[in-house]
Ligand binder design. Structure first.
Ligand SMILES: Cc1cc2nc3c(=O)[nH]c(=O)nc-3n(C[C@H](O)[C@H](O)[C@H](O)COP(=O)(O)OP(=O)(O)OC[C@H]3O[C@@H](n4cnc5c(N)ncnc54)[C@H](O)[C@@H]3O)c2cc1C
Length: 440
C-alpha cells in the first residue's frame, strides 16, 4: 500500500488527493495543513469581505465529500523534509514516512517592512482568518488605508467600503496595476473607485505607521503628511513559500522548480500550485502564477504521477475573470509589461505570463464603461483585456487559446477606429463553423 503525504489543504493539495483517490483506491493518504479550516475558496474571500457571500458558502466540500476521500487529516506544520529517508517532520515533534510527497504550501503576502508594521490593525488578505480579522476591525474603524496593487488591494478596498469604512487608497505612482493594465484601463478603475467614495492618493508612499497603545492610529507619508486610520491593509505582492524546499535542498528559483510531471529535483517529491515554478511554452521561461484554475490543474497532474499514471503539465494560457471596482474584467494571455511600483512580484489572482509581452500592437476600443484591448501578434492574437460587457470574452478566449491564424483580418484589426467586435466575432464564427463541419 503506497503512502502519500500531501502538505497543504488548498486548491492544489485537494485536487491532487481527489486524483490519487480515483487512481489508487487503497493507498494511504495523509493531508497535513497548518490551517484550522477545511478546504475553502480563497477567491471567494473577496465576496465574503463585501458581505455578498456568507462564510458557509466558501466551503465547496461537504463532510461526506471528505469522508469519501478516505484520508487522514493532521492539523500541523511541516518543518522539515528528509528526501533521502523519505521522511517529513512536523512542528508537533511527530514524523511520517512517505512513498510520494506533494508540497502544495502556496504563497504568502510580502510584508511591508516599515516602522510600525507590527501594530494591531495592520492587515493582509491571505486566508480566511485574515478576512475574519478585517471584518472584525471594520466594525469599529472609521477610516482605513490600503496600500498595494493588483486584484487583492482592490478587493480589500471594496470590502472596507461595503462595510462603511472611509477608505484611502495609496498609490506610489499615478496609475493602478500598471504592468497589466494600460493608462486608460487604470483610469477607468480609479475613476470608478473615486465615484464610490474612495479617496485616492497618487504619488504617495508611507514613511511609517503611527500607533497608539499598540494599535494603528494613522500613517506618516514620505512627503510629511499625516493620515488618520484604524486599519492599515497591504497587498504589495505574494511570494511562493519555498523555505521548506530550500531547507531540504530541493532546487528553487522564485518558486520550487518542477519538470513537466511536476516532480521536483528530489525523487518522489512533487510540487504544485502557487509554490511551483513551471515552464511556460508561451514565453519560453519558467513562471509562477497565483491562480486557482492552474493550481487545481497542477494538483491533478502531480496526483496522477504520484499514483503511478504518467501525466504531463502543459501550462495553459493564463486566464482570469475578476471584478475591478465592480467592473467585470477578463484578462487572458500576454497583455502588459514594465514596472509596477505598487507591487513586488505578482499579486493574488495574477500571472507572470500576463507581463511577458513580446512585440505586439494593441487594437483597442472604448465606450463609457466598456473597454476592449487586443494584443495583435504577427499571426495570432497574444492576449486581451475585456472590461465591462463580456459578450466578446468567449470568442477571444477561443481565438487566443487555440492560436487561431488571424492573417485574414490582421490589417483591418489594426486600422484606426476598426470595428473590433465585428471582426473578432466574424472570425470566431467562421472558425467554429469550420470546426463543426462533419468530416467524411
Ligand atoms: C483574497 C484572494 C483572492 C484571490 N483571487 C483570485 C482570483 O480572482 N482568481 C484566481 O484564479 N485566483 C485567485 N486567488 C489565488 C488562488 O486562490 C490561489 O492561486 C490558490 O488558492 C493556490 O492554491 P494552492 O493550493 O497552491 O495554495 P493555497 O490555497 O494557498 O494553500 C496552501 C496551504 O498550505 C498551508 N501551508 C503552508 N505552509 C505549510 C506547512 N509548512 N505545513 C503545513 N501546511 C502549510 C497553508 O496554510 C494553506 O492552507 C486569490 C487568492 C486570495 C487569497
Amino acid at each position: 500500500m503506497r503512502r502519500y503525504v500531501i502538505v497543504g489543504s488548498g486548491a492544489a493539495g485537494i485536487s491532487a488527493i481527489e486524483t490519487i483517490r480515483k487512481l489508487d483506491p487503497s493507498g494511504e493518504i495523509t493531508l497535513i495543513s497548518d490551517e484550522m479550516h477545511n478546504y475553502y475558496s480563497r477567491p471567494g474571500l473577496a465576496y465574503y469581505l463585501t458581505g455578498e457571500l456568507a462564510e458557509e458558502y466558501l466551503f465547496p466540500f461537504s463532510r461526506n465529500d471528505f469522508k469519501n476521500l478516505k484520508l487522514c487529516h493532521l492539523q500541523a506544520r511541516v518543518v522539515s523534509i528528509n528526501p533521502d529517508e523519505h521522511q517529513v517532520w512536523l512542528n508537533t515533534g511527530k514524523s511520517l514516512i512517505y512513498d510520494r510527497l506533494l508540497i502544495a504550501v502556496g504563497a504568502s503576502a510580502v510584508g511591508l517592512n516599515i516602522p510600525g508594521d507590527n501594530l494591531a490593525g495592520v492587515v493582509k488578505l491571505d486566508n480566511l482568518d485574515d478576512a475574519r480579522q478585517i471584518i472584525r476591525l471594520a466594525r469599529k474603524a472609521r477610516a482605513a488605508i490600503v496600500v498595494g496593487g493588483g486584484i487583492t488591494a482592490l478587493e480589500i478596498v471594496e470590502g472596507l467600503l461595503a462595510r462603511g469604512v472611509r477608505t484611502h487608497f495609496l498609490l506610489r505612482g499615478e496609475t493602478y496595476w500598471s504592468n497589466v493594465l494600460d493608462r486608460v484601463e487604470s483610469g477607468i478603475v480609479l475613476h470608478r473607485l473615486q465615484e464610490e467614495g474612495v479617496k485616492i492618493h497618487f504619488n504617495t508612499e508611507i514613511e511609517k505607521i503611527l500607533g497608539n497603545r499598540g494599535k494603528v492610529a494613522g500613517v506618516q507619508t514620505r512627503d510629511g503628511r499625516r493620515l488618520a486610520c484604524e486599519i492599515l491593509a497591504y497587498a504589495i505582492g505574494v511570494r511562493p513559500r519555498i523555505e521548506l524546499a530550500q531547507a531540504s535542498s530541493l532546487k528553487t528559483n522564485r518558486g520550487i522548480l518542477v519538470d513537466s510531471r511536476l516532480c521536483t529535483s528530489a525523487a518522489d517529491i512533487f510540487a504544485a500550485g502557487d509554490v511551483a515554478e513551471v515552464y511556460d511554452p508561451l514565453s519560453g521561461k519558467s513562471v509562477i502564477d497565483s491562480l486557482w484554475g492552474p493550481a487545481r490543474d497542477q494538483g491533478r497532474i502531480a496526483g496522477a504521477n504520484m499514483a503511478g499514471v504518467a501525466a504531463h503539465y502543459s501550462k495553459p494560457i493564463p486566464f482570469n475573470v475578476t471584478r475591478l471596482a465592480n467592473l467585470t474584467t477578463m484578462i487572458i494571455g500576454m497583455v502588459g509589461k514594465g514596472m509596477d511600483k505598487d507591487l513586488v512580484g505578482i499579486a493574488r489572482g495574477d500571472s507572470e505570463t500576463w507581463r511577458r509581452l513580446p512585440e505586439a500592437i494593441a487594437a483597442q476600443s472604448d465606450f463609457d464603461v466598456n473597454r476592449l484591448r487586443i494584443l495583435v501578434g504577427q499571426r495570432n492574437l497574444l492576449g486581451a483585456i475585456v472590461m465591462g460587457d463580456q459578450s466578446l470574452s468567449k470568442a477571444l478566449q477561443d481565438l487566443i487559446v487555440n492560436q487561431v491564424d488571424i492573417s485574414a483580418i490582421r490589417d483591418r484589426l489594426l486600422q484606426a477606429g476598426a470595428p473590433l467586435a465585428n471582426l473578432v466575432t466574424d472570425l470566431y464564427l467562421k472558425v467554429r463553423e469550420k470546426d463543426a463541419r462533419p468530416v467524411y
